[in-house]
Design a binder for this molecule. Structure first.
Ligand SMILES: *[C@@H]1O[C@H](CO)[C@@H](O)[C@H](O)[C@H]1NC(C)=O
Length: 185
């Protein structure tokens, strides 16, 4: 009986260790994160808050423009956006400056258009973005989603539907530690 309990104990211990390794691996190595679809049907943009993500240095992630599929009858009009990397203040006020340059121009809904983030601290490309560990980066659009509102610089979908993205680079993914706690304690 005692021997059997000891074997069981050892099994549980190995199980925990195994789970620990599996769960930690995504935060240790570079991963390709789920793409962010920049459109009004995306339920990940939660009202008032937008979407908060925790990419790690080395990870990659795409932001994908709305795409009208040929031959598919949509019950919605095509959507048009200019998507910007903004400051914290701009994210809160939902305003874009006249001289700001969009990261992504979603003005051709019949084509596949996307922007790929590579969360690297040093970019070999002169115009490449660099991300510092522990910093936050903010992305939004003040377009209204219609073609006429593409160049709108105040409010837009940032204010109306919280199409905002906060990237907390290099910070701990809360989900990982929560999972470990449930499995091993
Ligand atoms: C909108 O986003 C969803 C994912 O949230 C995606 O499946 C869908 O194809 C996107 N629609 C358009 C028009 O791009």
């Amino acid at each position: 009986m005692v021997a059997r309990q000891r074997v069981m104990g050892r099994y549980v211990w190995w199980f925990c260790l195994g789970t620990l390794v599996v769960n930690l691996s995504p935060s240790c190595s570079a991963v390709i994160l789920e793409s962010i679809y920049w459109n009004s049907s995306n339920p990940k943009f939660s009202p008032g808050q937008g979407l908060v993500l925790f990419p790690q240095i080395g990870d990659k992630m795409d932001i994908v423009c709305p795409r009208v599929r040929p031959g598919v009858v949509e019950n919605k009009d095509p959507e048009y956006y200019r998507v910007y990397l903004v400051t914290r203040e701009q994210l809160h006020s939902c305003s874009i400056g006249q001289s700001d340059t969009p990261l992504l121009n979603c003005d051709k809904p019949d084509r596949d258009v996307k922007f790929t983030f590579k969360f690297q601290e040093f970019s070999p490309n002169l115009w490449g973005l660099e991300f510092l560990k522990g910093r936050e980066y903010y992305i939004t659009s003040t377009s209204t989603s219609s073609l006429q509102g593409l160049d709108n610089t105040d409010g837009g979908v940032c204010r109306a539907t919280s199409m905002k993205l906060v990237l907390r680079v290099g910070q701990k993914r809360m989900r990982v530690s929560a999972k470990l706690f449930i499995t091993c304690v």
